[in-house]
Design a protein around this ligand. Structure first.
Ligand code: C5P
Length: 227
């Protein structure tokens, strides 16, 4: 299986399924985020799983520990492969999520978001977080690891710092990836798939270079060859 997770950033299930059917579940996994899930819900997750895909449910839970733990259990009951939470939700929230999933017969990977890449130093300062973005990312990645979660979502530019600080089995899931011959869209600090994998990324989240390609399967295979 390749490290690729294709972001199904569509507004409706019909478009998401049409794209998924052009892909190959032995070559990639798929990610369902807030818009698509809010519109299409658990039925779509079931349909994607029935097509053979591992599903990353990217809902970034952040709430009181009991609520997040129960939401993670609900995700596990859907049969998803990966689910995520915000590390800023606190140690007790991360522990509650992990402990809830431990008892599940089909435990999904549990990943935390550290600092969203849309935030800059002045944004962090305004919500009371001091230090650089990198310092905050590293502190939250260490907290995530200490709470026994499986890994973090991070920018490709944070891979090296986290890899040096935390053992190798800690999974790094990286968006902001653009193949060599692709446009940037609205991504700014990008890296190629091969660069990210060489630095130590475990999974690469890629959307438009595949979802907007004239031949999505060919675009997927080109990226796998590039890696
Ligand atoms: O189309 P593109 O490859 O830019 O899609 C990337 C996916 O990864 C989108 O679903 C986007 O929301 C997500 N993502 C991101 N950058 C982050 C976190 C998530 O692009 N820092």
């Amino acid at each position: 299986m390749s490290p690729l997770i294709i972001a199904l950033d569509f507004a409706d299930a019909k478009s998401a399924l049409a794209l998924a059917k052009q892909l190959d579940p032995t070559l990639c996994r798929v990610k369902v985020g807030k818009e698509l899930f809010t519109r299409s819900g658990p039925l779509l997750i079931e349909q994607l799983i029935n097509l053979g895909f591992d599903v990353f449910l990217d809902l970034k839970y952040h709430d009181i520990p009991n609520t997040v733990a129960r939401a993670c259990l609900a995700a596990a009951d859907l049969g998803v492969w990966m689910v995520n939470v915000h590390a800023l939700g606190s140690r007790s929230m991360l522990l509650a999520a992990r402990e809830a999933l431990e008892k599940h017969s089909q435990r999904p990977l549990l990943i935390a978001v550290t600092i969203l890449t849309s935030l800059e130093k002045h944004d962090l300062y305004a919500i009371g977080l001091h230090g650089s973005v990198e310092e905050n990312v590293l502190r939250l990645a260490r907290l995530t690891d200490a709470c026994g979660l499986d890994g973090v979502v991070c920018s490709p530019h944070e891979i090296s710092t986290i890899r040096k600080a935390i053992a190798n089995d800690f999974k790094l899931v990286t968006p902001g990836i653009r193949p060599v011959h692709s446009g940037l869209d609205d991504q700014k600090r990008i890296m190629t798939p091969a660069e990210a994998v060489n630095l130590g990324a475990d999974y690469l989240v890629i959307g438009r270079p595949i979802t907007a390609a004239p031949d999505p399967l060919q675009a997927l295979m080109d990226i796998i060859n590039e890696i």
